[in-house]
Write a protein that binds this ligand. Structure first.
Ligand code: UT7
Length: 338
């Protein structure tokens, strides 16, 4: 006999917290170490600054995730030992083993809650929402911490040869506490998750010379560094973004007007503007904060949500669509009723 819950389990986003390193790197700072300019970066990406961890002093993705999850627990009025599960979405795990989520769980004192890392690049947080919600539907997880955290500044090259990675990425973490609620209207309305592994080489981190795609020339300095075909990812994102939003609205039987906020992965302001224009959405509904944080991979979506919560713009009963796309290639959405 199954002990799984049979009806829908209501899930609320009970608290949110974020963390960014103190160390701020402006476009002017980058001008000093590579051939680029503040004007070029602003025009082509909308980015004005990014935060960068001090890995030489031992800072890692775990420290950011730690601060973010404690702030989220505080906002939810909960203690770490009430968590049943921790999902850490990241492509910057400290080591391949153990999962960083396990050390994080021990540090915050969760008393043996389940913990794992989820690897889906820039889709990490959105795929994490869908995964956590699905697990909560079994009725066996009541309080789940989902964290999106990344530190790509560790794996981009801070010189002219790696400049497109250096200008684009920043470090951050954002966490939410997902809590079971008796109100079964709250939670996920529709979701999508997709991938196209044929295009893996648009964004990858070669570890050995055998990892290089046949179309890319092996180059020693690129080992362990992000290899990105910016043009190709740009075209993919601009094309896919509207399609996946449309598909989600269709699955939910809703129109764009029925959604109060679109919270999208902050990849490049031009990509976001193109998607917003396609739907004719008002700027107040389609949020952009890339200027302050740059592209923070799995952390970008919760960073935007946190801005809205802090500004008191997120209200119970609203509908929010979370959208991600990135390495894999991967793309997907998570549409919530708050
Ligand atoms: O999170 C998901 C993962 N990644 C993305 O979403 C990235 C998507 N792609 C992008 O955001 C953009 O492709 C980049 C920002 C990475 C690059 O912008 P772009 O407009 O595609 O630049 P480009 O490579 O086409 O280069 C245009 C020009 C070139 O000069 P010429 O040949 O026109 O004279 C480049 O040499 O801009 C020059 N350039 C730069 N100049 C200053 C390229 N990168 C830079 C730079 N600083 N960083």
């Amino acid at each position: 006999m199954s002990h799984y819950q049979t009806g829908p389990v209501g899930v609320e986003i009970a608290g949110i917290g974020t963390a960014v390193p103190d160390n701020v790197v402006t476009n002017a700072d980058l001008e000093k170490v590579m051939d680029t300019s503040d004007e070029w970066i602003r025009q082509r990406t909308g980015i004005e600054q990014r935060h960068r961890i001090r890995s030489d002093q031992g800072e890692s993705v775990k420290h950011l995730a730690h601060d973010a999850v404690l702030r989220a627990l505080d906002a939810a009025g909960m203690k770490a030992d009430e968590l049943d599960l921790i999902v850490l979405s990241t492509m910057s795990s400290e080591m391949t083993c153990p999962p960083t989520a396990c050390r994080l769980a021990a540090e915050i004192g969760t008393k043996n809650a389940g913990a794992f890392d989820l690897s889906a690049a820039c889709c990490g947080f959105v795929f994490g929402l869908n995964t956590a919600y699905g697990l909560m539907q079994t009725g066996q997880y009541k309080n789940v911490a989902l964290i999106g955290a990344d530190t790509l500044t560790n794996i981009v090259e801070y010189s002219t040869k790696g400049r497109n990675g250096a200008i684009l990425f920043g470090d951050a973490a954002g966490a939410v506490i997902l809590r079971k609620t008796p109100d079964s209207d709250k939670g996920l309305i529709a979701q999508t998750m997709h991938s196209d592994g044929e295009r893996w080489n648009d964004l990858y981190i070669p570890e050995t010379k055998f990892d290089f795609h046949e179309g890319d020339t092996f180059d020693e300095w690129q080992l362990g560094k992000l290899h990105m075909n910016g043009h190709s990812v740009f075209k993919f994102a601009v094309g896919t973004f509207p399609l996946v939003i449309e598909q989600t609205l269709e699955r939910a039987g809703l129109s764009a007007d029925d959604v109060d906020h679109f919270i999208c992965h902050q990849s490049n302001r031009r990509i976001l503007d193109a998607a917003r224009n396609r739907f004719g959405l008002a700027e107040e509904k389609f949020h952009i904060n890339i200027q302050r944080y740059a592209n923070t991979v799995a952390a970008s979506v919760p960073l935007v949500l946190n801005d809205l919560v802090t500004a008191d713009r997120v209200k119970p009963g609203q509908r929010v669509m979370f959208v991600g796309f990135g390495g894999g290639l991967t793309w997907g959405t998570s549409l919530w009723q708050l």
